[in-house]
Design a protein around this ligand. Structure first.
Ligand code: URA
Length: 237
């Protein structure tokens, strides 16, 4: 996979013809990757660097999160809307078709809430806490606080790191058990492993996910490699 990426050793790099950092054709149709612009690659390089201090990590992560949220909003349906402008003429535009909400997978997903609020003022935000069950080793729901009318909303599911996909799958099951339609879930993510993408997107083919980058895989501790370490620790501690 890494062979398709621009070489990091050259002074000036060009983007791959596909416009993606991995071959999109190898991924499920419902997984979208942000175009690997020089800006995005530079931002990701900062947050991956072990020497980056918390202030810069937060600032830079927030910029990538903003890119993800803006792209996510592009995928919500709109309906025609005509408005009268101050010069007395009509403009045939659009407005978003339905209401949205954000749902963060705690704790790291909470880092993405502000980016969503910056774009969607007074957006409702729910939270889901999933942890590994000590006895079964399976992801277990510990806490969920969701808007009461979530079944009528489009849901932007927020989690910056997609490793095996276990927590994400559990979170999607929780959303769907509250009546959310699969095709109304948009999963926003900074860095994904190929196995995480396949596990989530193949199990929920109507959901769409948008990620900033697909990494090589997972290490023995289920950390994404090359990754950036523990996102929550670096953002919050
Ligand atoms: N969560 C993280 O914060 N980092 C990883 O590499 C995997 C999951």
């Amino acid at each position: 996979m890494s062979s398709t990426r621009p070489s990091p050793n050259t002074a000036t790099i060009s983007l791959p013809a596909s416009g993606c950092n991995v071959n999109q054709a190898e991924l499920p149709d419902n997984a979208l990757i942000l175009p690997p612009t020089h800006q995005l690659q530079a931002l990701l390089t900062i947050i991956r660097d072990e020497k980056t201090q918390r202030g810069d990590f937060v600032f830079t992560s927030d910029r990538i999160i903003r890119l993800l949220v803006e792209e996510g909003l592009n995928h919500l349906p709109v309906v025609p809307k005509t408005v009268r402008t101050p010069v007395g003429m009509d403009f045939d535009g659009v407005s978003f078709q339905g209401r949205i909400c954000g749902v963060s997978i705690m704790r790291a997903g909470e880092a993405m809430e502000a980016g969503l609020r910056d774009c969607c003022r007074s957006v409702r935000i729910g939270k889901i806490l999933i942890q590994r069950d000590e006895e079964t080793a399976l992801p277990k729901l510990f806490y969920a606080k969701l808007p009461e009318d979530i079944a009528e909303r489009y849901v932007l599911l927020l989690d910056p790191m997609l490793a095996t996909g276990g927590s994400c799958i559990k979170a999607i099951e929780v959303l769907m058990s509250h009546g959310v339609r699969e095709d109304r879930i948009l999963f926003l993510n900074l860095i994904a492993s190929p196995e995480g993408i396949n596990n989530v997107c193949n199990l929920f083919p109507k959901l769409r996910m948008i990620t900033a980058w697909v990494d090589e895989g997972l290490d023995g501790h289920r950390y994404i490699v090359p990754g950036l370490g523990d996102f929550g620790d670096r953002y919050f501690l």
